[in-house]
Design a protein around this ligand. Structure first.
Ligand code: ZN
Length: 170
């Protein structure tokens, strides 16, 4: 669920992100909390902070005036947070939902992150033909989404912090 608004350094609204991603951006020092949800705290291991409702990026980012975010394999992996669309485990490959041999395109709506095993298992078939179910539907990120996704990439987060963000009432 997207519940936190992201502002550019210039205060112009850019995108909305999940609470988890907002916390990661703040912990990575890429954004500051502008407005917090009253009475609620979020805990990430040893760190505790108010639940951010609005955050602002520390550095101004130029958003391209393209209507659509251009498709890339790396972009699909980032959009899906390196989670396999079929089993939820770590994904390193990109699967074409409708295989290219069946006319499937390199597009946001036709591609998902997939683990090598599931990609191999699905092979040259549609999910229906392979008897595999998508856990989440692919979506087309806006350029602002793509940008915030790239900013919030998990790589910079220390191992002990990743996966340990929890919300609690104060
Ligand atoms: Zn998988």
């Amino acid at each position: 669920m997207r519940e936190t608004l992201v502002l550019n350094a210039s205060f112009e609204p850019l995108a909305t992100v999940s609470l988890r991603r907002a916390v990661v951006l703040v912990l990575q020092g890429k954004a500051v909390v502008e407005q917090a949800r009253p009475g609620r705290r979020v805990r990430a291991s040893a760190v505790e902070m108010p639940v951010p409702q609005v955050i602002r990026l520390c550095r101004y980012v130029r958003v391209p005036f393209r209507r659509r975010a251009s498709w890339s394999r790396r972009g699909v992996l980032v959009r899906d947070r390196h989670r396999c669309a079929y089993c939820g485990r770590r994904a390193t490959t990109v699967d074409h939902v409708v295989p290219r041999s069946h006319g499937g395109e390199d597009s946001w709506l036709n591609t998902v992150a997939a683990c090598a095993e599931d990609n191999h298992r699905k092979a040259d078939r549609t999910p229906e033909q392979a008897g595999m179910r998508l856990l989440t539907a692919p979506f087309e990120p806006t350029p602002a989404d793509a940008l915030v996704l790239a900013l919030g990439a998990r790589e910079g987060l220390p191992e002990w912090l990743a996966g340990q963000v929890a919300v609690s009432a104060a």
